[in-house]
Write a protein that binds this ligand. Structure first.
Ligand code: ZN
Length: 301
C-alpha cells in the first residue's frame, strides 16, 4: 500500500499535477525526470508536428541527473542530483532477499535495491548465494570522514565518489574475497543483464583512474549495461561513444532501442520522441542528456 502510494507520488511529482490525468501531453507539458524513471506517453494530436512523435520539454538541470551521470575525479556530483528514494536496507526487509548487509546502516536507492534483489535472486537460482553489501550510499559527511581516515589513495573526496550518488554498492562474499569467490565470478558474468556494471575493470584503470575493484558495481540500467559489456566500454568511454555517434540503435534481448545524445544548448529544450513509446532520460553530468527510447517490446517467454 505504502509502495503504491509512493509510486503514485513519484509519478505525480515527475509529471506534474496538471498532466497526470491525461494520456495526451500537450506542447506545454513539462517533464522533468529526475532519476531517469520511465514514462509511457501517448500520441500528441494537438500540436503541429510530424505524426507519430511527441515533444517533451527538458531543462538544463537534467544534465546532472539520472542513471547515467558520470561521477569521477573530474566530474563531481550535483548535490541536488542524489535520488530521492534512498532507503536503509535493514529497515526494508522486502528488499533484502538472498544477501546480508555488513551493518544495519547501509543505504541505497530503493529502485536500485529492487534491481539488486532481482539479480541476487537469479544468482541464487544458479546456486550462488553468499552475497553481502558492504557499502552503499554515503552522504557527504560519511565520505569526508572516510577520505580523512583512509587518505586519497583509498577514498575520493566528498562529491567525487559514486557512492555519494546512491546508485553504487560494494559487494562481498561472506565466504572469501570477492575476486576469488563464486559470487564475484557470477557478478562479473551476469550483472550486466540486470542493469549493473563492473565500474572499475582491471584493464581500464587508465581510463577510470581507479584501481581494479571487483567489488564495486554501479547501476546504469538497460540497455546501457548490455551495450557497455558488448563493446567493452567503461562509463567514461560509453558516454563519449554516444556523443560521437549522436544516435545509436541496438537490439538487446529482443527489444529494440534508440539511444540518442542531445547536447544541452539552452535552459529549456524540446526533444522529439516517438509517440506511444517508453523512454528514459538521463544527463551525462557533462554537457548533454541521453534519451533512451524503447521502440518495440517483445514479450519474452
Ligand atoms: Zn565502492
Amino acid at each position: 500500500m505504502l509502495k503504491k502510494g509512493l509510486i503514485i507520488l513519484v509519478i505525480f511529482i515527475l509529471v506534474g499535477c496538471d498532466s497526470i490525468l491525461t494520456d495526451r501531453p500537450n506542447e506545454n507539458d513539462r517533464v522533468d525526470i529526475r532519476d531517469g524513471q520511465k514514462l509511457k506517453v501517448g500520441t500528441d494530436t494537438q500540436s503541429n508536428q510530424p505524426s507519430g512523435t511527441i515533444t517533451i520539454h527538458v531543462t538544463d538541470e537534467q544534465v546532472t541527473r539520472g542513471n547515467l551521470v558520470l561521477v569521477n575525479k573530474n566530474h563531481p556530483l550535483d548535490p541536488e542530483a542524489v535520488p530521492e528514494d534512498i532507503v536503509t536496507l535493514f529497515e526494508n526487509r522486502d528488499l533484502m532477499h538472498g544477501y546480508v548487509v555488513l551493518d544495519n546502516t547501509i543505504r541505497l536507492s530503493h529502485s536500485v535495491a529492487e534491481h539488486f534483489r532481482n539479480m541476487i535472486g537469479a544468482a541464487g537460482e544458479d546456486g550462488v548465494n553468499h552475497f553481502m553489501i558492504s557499502s552503499g550510499y554515503r552522504d557527504e559527511d560519511e565520505q569526508e570522514q572516510l577520505y580523512r581516515e583512509k587518505g586519497s589513495d583509498y577514498a575520493l573526496p566528498p562529491g567525487y565518489s559514486e557512492h555519494n550518488l546512491g546508485l553504487s554498492m560494494d559487494i562481498g562474499s561472506t565466504q572469501q574475497s570477492i575476486d576469488r569467490s563464486p559470487e564475484g565470478k557470477w557478478l562479473k558474468e551476469h550483472a550486466w543483464a540486470y542493469g549493473f556494471i563492473l565500474r572499475y575493470p582491471q584493464d581500464k584503470t587508465k581510463i577510470t583512474g581507479i584501481q581494479y575493484e571487483p567489488w564495486h558495481f554501479r547501476y546504469v540500467g538497460q540497455p546501457h549495461s548490455m551495450i557497455m559489456k558488448e563493446l567493452n566500454l567503461t562509463l567514461e568511454e560509453y558516454l563519449d561513444y554516444l556523443k560521437d555517434r549522436s544516435s545509436y540503435r541496438t537490439t538487446v534481448e529482443g527489444n529494440e532501442y534508440e539511444v540518442k545524445y542531445v547536447p544541452v544548448t539552452s535552459k529549456d529544450m524540446e526533444i522529439e520522441i516517438p509517440a506511444e513509446s517508453e523512454y528514459e532520460i538521463s544527463g551525462n553530468n557533462m554537457d548533454g542528456i541521453i534519451v533512451t527510447v524503447q521502440l518495440n517490446r517483445v514479450e519474452t517467454k
